[in-house]
Write a protein that binds this ligand. Structure first.
Ligand code: FAD
Ligand code: NAD
Length: 475
């Protein structure tokens, strides 16, 4: 017998499970199919984000930051620590517990919202029929729906000359579970994963070398932010070699020898572990039958229109499997807006106000366009910048590196981009997102009262600086 639903969601990551919850809230009979299982074989909805992405990486970033703070930062506060050590097993177990608490939480939310959760691999067939298969490939359910949402996410990309062996040469998932701290750690790719996970293991004692193919560091960020980040990471001992074209890697008894070309020369790097973090690919393996009208672009992403519709009637796609930034909050908000449209409500998402955060120390966060992008587009801009060094709260925290930079339209004063490097940038960016969502001008932000002493005063002062009237700096 075929169970029929209003909506079937294939994929239970932050795109899929959030879309399913919103559909159910709107009164739609909903099912969510997700194939993720934990180490014990139990269904673990939550996708890459909860299982092997955002959450476990942030758990290790926080633990390792506490350790580094105790080692190098607390002395400045007059806090003396005796002999310091850490227990990696406890750190990893804490991370695993956070993950299992959160994935169980999603299972509970499915129950609370009366969403049918199927743990298995979903494939879409003609007439919006969907089959579910278990790990052995046995069909466990045959379903159908009025609407189907594809939210199958992404998977790590492999670098052909450096295939994963999942022991010495690992992807981000392997890098979240090293059993001991590698003495020498290589990372291919100075992107978000390379910087975050490189930071974790450097703090815990690894000598980390990051090989980046491009000649520019953090090309997507504001130029001044990238320069400041490069300076701070270098000071911390995170070695980033730009313009490094990796040509191969050989695993030997003594580790892994990575070959690369740089400046016309052949170079080698010997490491104990190698993380390959060169981006992720859309995951569409066995997701839908051929000939349904669903197409993928040349990079493998499912093609959609502005309302997330694929080429098949009432079949949609969201999150990492479609073009756009691969971010959990972008996937979730796409899911919410789509659920509302399916239920007959008007809803849209402004992709110009998706915030980016890199959870290194200092944190890096931005929303909107960079000064360079705007200038390249011929947009007249005015900028305002303010350093945390002149912010009382940042000084009290002994966290005075970095700055806030606001880029506004020179004539209308509308905020077009906000770029932050410094303490709690991940939290501070929310105010900038809200301001941009409401089309605020720099003056709107400048006339908003900010509590004293807070880090948010740096955002306030940067907004004042756009009009050359920052109080705590010479304009
Ligand atoms: P996913 O989370 O990938 O979920 C898709 C789910 O569908 C998975 O469970 C998958 O197994 C399942 N699936 C796939 N195909 C099928 C099928 N046919 N049948 C059934 N199930 C299927 N983003 C942030 O915003 N902030 C961060 O701090 C952050 N940190 C990250 C750290 C790391 C190490 C990594 C790897 C990623 C990180 N990301 C972060 C990115 C974030 O994880 C993704 O953008 C987000 O998970 C995408 O959500 P999604 O729902 O589209 O896909
Ligand atoms: P990325 O796109 O952020 O960075 C990949 C880097 O690898 C780039 O700098 C690229 O130039 C470089 N590269 C590509 N090919 C290379 C090669 N052959 N040799 C050397 N360098 C090479 O990708 P990622 O770090 O793998 O992360 C994947 C996705 O996961 C990101 O797009 C991001 O959206 C998401 N993510 C987000 C967060 C966050 O929001 N804090 C954290 C982790 C991951």
């Amino acid at each position: 017998m075929t169970d029929h639903y209003d909506v079937i969601v294939i994929g239970g990551g932050p795109g899929g499970y959030v879309a399913a919850i919103r559909c159910a809230q709107l009164g739609l009979k909903t099912a969510c199919i997700d194939n993720f299982r934990d180490k014990k074989g139990k269904g673990a909805p939550g996708g890459t984000c909860l299982n092997v992405g955002c959450i476990p990486s942030k758990a290790l970033l926080d633990s390792s930051e506490h350790y580094e703070m105790a080692r190098d930062g607390l002395g400045a506060h007059g806090v003396k620590v005796g002999e310091l050590s850490f227990d990696l097993d406890t750190m990893l177990a804490r991370k695993d517990k956070i993950v299992s608490d959160l994935t169980s939480g999603v299972t509970m939310l499915f129950k609370a919202n009366k969403i049918s959760y199927y743990n298995g691999h979903g494939t879409l067939h003609a007439e919006r029929k969907v089959s579910v298969r278990d790990a052995d490939g046995k069909t466990t359910a045959e379903l159908s729906a009025d609407h189907v949402i594809l939210a199958s996410g992404s998977a790590p990309m492999e670098l052909p000359p450096v295939p994963f062996d999942h022991d010495t040469i690992v992807d981000s998932t392997g890098a979240l579970a090293f059993e001991s701290v590698p003495k020498r750690l290589g990372v291919i790719g100075a992107g978000v994963i390379g910087l975050e996970l490189g930071s974790v293991w450097r703090r815990l004692g690894s000598q980390v070398v990051v090989l980046e193919a491009l000649d520019t560091f953090l090309a997507a960020a504001d130029d001044q932010v990238s320069r400041e980040a490069a300076r701070q990471f270098k000071r911390q001992g995170l070695e980033i070699r730009l313009g490094a074209k990796v040509t191969g890697a050989k695993v030997t008894k003594n580790g892994c020898v990575v070959s690369y070309e740089s400046g016309g020369k052949n170079e080698e790097l010997t490491v104990d572990k190698l993380i390959v973090a060169i981006g992720r690919r859309a995951f569409t393996d066995d997701l839908f039958d051929e000939g349904l009208g669903i197409s993928t672009d040349k990079r493998g992403f499912i093609e959609i229109d502005e309302n997330n519709r694929t080429g098949m009637d009432k079949v949609y796609a969201i999150g990492d499997v479609v073009p756009g930034p691969m971010l959990a909050h972008k996937a979730s908000e796409e899911g919410v807006a789509l659920a509302e449209r399916i239920a007959g409500h008007p809803a849209h998402l402004d992709h110009n106000t998706v915030p980016w955060v890199i959870y290194t120390h200092p944190e890096i966060a931005w929303v909107g366009k960079t000064e360079r992008e705007l200038k390249d587009d011929g947009v007249p801009v005015a900028t305002g910048q303010f350093s945390f060094a002149a912010t009382g709260r940042a000084k009290a925290m002994n966290e005075s590196g970095g700055f806030v930079k606001i880029v506004a339209h020179k004539e209308t004063d509308r905020i077009l981009g906000v770029h932050i490097i410094g303490p709690r940038a991940s939290e501070l960016i929310a105010e900038a997102v809200l301001a941009m969502e409401y089309h605020a001008s720099a003056e709107d932000l400048a006339r908003t009262i900010h509590a004293h002493p807070t880090l948010s005063e740096a955002v306030h002062e940067a907004a004042l600086a756009v009009g050359k009237r920052a109080i705590h700096k010479a304009n």
